[in-house]
Design a protein around this ligand. Structure first.
Ligand SMILES: NC(=O)c1ccc[n+]([C@@H]2O[C@H](COP(=O)([O-])OP(=O)(O)OC[C@H]3O[C@@H](n4cnc5c(N)ncnc54)[C@H](OP(=O)(O)O)[C@@H]3O)[C@@H](O)[C@H]2O)c1
Length: 282
C-alpha cells in the first residue's frame, strides 16, 4: 500500500492528525499532502513543516494521493466529495473523520474502500478512543494501515455505523461535555469557598479526576464499587451522591436527546445536499 497520505481540511482534527503523523514519525513530511479551503492555515503550516506538500486545492491532492483523510465539517463534505469524485478511483481509500455523513451517502461518490471514524481531541495527548467503521471494501491490509495509524495515539474501537451516533458522546463529544460539567462543579464550589482561587479549585479537580480514572482502570474498580467505598451511609459524600442520583438521569437524558437529535438532523441535511448536488450535476 502507498505510504503517502493526503489530508483535506486542516482544522482541529486535520491539524491534530498531521501533528501526530509527524511527531510519531508515522509518515515523513515528504509523504504528507494537505489541502484546506482558506490558505492562511496552510501558510503557517509551511513554516512549521517545511517539507510537507501543500496542495493548491482538493483536486490536486486527490490526483496525488490514493489514501485520503477527509476532515471537513459534515455539511461541507458533500461539496468536497463532488469536487474530488472525477479524480478518485477503485484504488482510492477514503477515510472520513465524521460519522454524521452516512456511508450510504458517501458511497454515491466512491464505490471503493471507505472508513468512517470519529476521532477525539483527547488524542492530542495520546489518549482517548477513536470509533471506527469500515465498509466491505476495506481489506485487511487497509485495516492494518488505518489501525496502526490511530492506535499510535488512541484506542481504536470498531463499531457498526449505527452505534457510533450514541457512543461518540463518550468519546468525541466527551471533552466538551466533561468541560461543561466540570466548569459548573468548580463554579458551585467557588461560590462556597473563601480564599481559594478558581485556578486552584480546577487544579484539585483535574488531579482528582486523573487519579480517579487510574483507580478505575488500574485497579479494575467499577463505579458502584467506588461509590460504596467513598460514600458511607450517613456520611457527607453519601448525601451528595443521593442528590446526584436523583437529578442527573434527567440532565443526561435531556443532553443526549438534544445531541442525538442534532446529529440526526445534520445527517439528514448532508444526505439532502448530496442528492441535490448529484441531481444538478446529471
Ligand atoms: N472537533 C472534534 O473534536 C471532532 C471529533 C470527532 C469528529 N469531528 C469531525 O471532524 C470534522 C472536522 O472537525 P473540526 O473540529 O476539525 O472542524 P474545523 O476545525 O471547523 O475544521 C474544518 C476544516 O475544514 C476546512 N474546509 C471546509 N470546507 C472545505 C473545503 N471545501 N475544502 C477544503 N477544506 C475545507 C476548513 O477550512 P477553513 O480554514 O477555510 O475554515 C477547516 O480548516 C467534522 O466533520 C467533525 O464533525 C470533530
Amino acid at each position: 500500500m502507498e505510504r503517502k497520505i493526503g489530508i483535506i481540511g486542516i482544522g482541529n482534527v486535520g491539524s491534530m492528525l498531521l501533528r501526530k503523523f509527524v511527531e510519531l514519525k508515522l509518515f515523513s513530511e515528504e509523504n504528507i499532502y494537505i489541502a484546506n479551503r482558506s490558505s492562511e492555515k496552510l501558510e503557517s503550516l509551511r513554516e512549521k513543516y517545511p517539507s510537507i506538500n501543500i496542495c493548491n486545492n482538493n483536486i490536486e491532492l486527490a490526483k496525488k494521493c490514493s489514501n485520503i483523510l477527509l476532515c471537513v465539517e459534515p455539511l461541507n463534505l458533500p461539496h468536497v466529495l463532488l469536487e474530488i469524485k472525477p479524480y478518485i478511483n477503485d484504488e482510492t481509500y477514503l477515510m472520513v473523520s465524521t460519522s454524521m455523513v452516512k456511508h450510504e451517502d458517501i458511497r454515491k461518490f466512491h464505490s471503493g474502500s471507505i472508513t468512517i471514524f470519529m476521532p477525539t481531541l483527547i488524542s492530542m495527548v495520546n489518549g482517548g478512543v477513536s470509533l471506527v467503521f469500515h465498509n466491505e471494501h476495506v481489506d485487511e491490509q487497509k485495516k492494518e494501515f488505518f489501525h496502526n495509524l490511530l492506535n499510535s495515539f488512541s484506542e481504536v474501537k470498531v463499531l457498526g455505523e449505527e452505534d457510533i451516533n450514541v457512543s461518540q458522546n463518550l468519546t468525541a463529544s466527551f471533552p466538551g461535555f466533561f468541560a461543561e460539567i466540570m466548569l459548573e462543579f468548580v463554579k458551585a464550589i467557588s461560590k462556597r469557598s473563601q480564599n481559594v482561587s478558581d485556578e486552584d479549585l480546577e487544579h484539585m479537580l483535574l488531579v482528582s479526576l486523573l487519579g480517579a480514572s487510574r483507580l478505575h482502570l488500574e485497579k479494575n474498580m467499577s463505579f458502584e464499587e467506588t461509590i460504596n467505598r467513598v460514600s458511607t451511609k450517613g456520611g457527607i459524600t453519601y448525601e451528595g451522591v443521593k442528590v446526584f442520583k436523583e437529578t442527573l438521569p434527567n440532565v443526561f437524558d435531556a443532553a443526549l436527546n438534544a445531541s442525538i437529535s442534532r446529529y440526526d438532523e445534520i445527517s439528514r441535511l448532508a444526505s439532502k445536499s448530496i442528492d441535490e448536488l448529484l441531481r444538478t450535476q446529471n
